[in-house]
Design a protein around this ligand. Sequence first.
Ligand code: SF4
Ligand code: SF4
Length: 70
Amino acid sequence: MIELNEEYCKGCNLCIVYCPRDALEPAEELNEKGIHPPVEVEDRCNGCRLCELICPDFAITVVEKDEEEE
Ligand code: SF4
Ligand code: SF4
């Protein structure tokens, strides 16, 4: 699953466009910065980390689900 740092994200949508699993989509609501940050589509991410690599602002971290629950 992905963790997003909304302070860093500028809403360029590169992560959404390049995700090979269509696991990201723009949020319906604008956030405080006036952008639609990416949100994860349930059960689609395979953890490939492409979004983490491609984000020009280092706003995404891909974490294992188990790490999150600990
Ligand atoms: S690539 Fe990075 S900055 Fe662009 S929308 Fe995705 S998380 Fe935000
Ligand atoms: S880790 Fe891969 S599959 Fe998951 S959201 Fe990022 S680009 Fe998509």
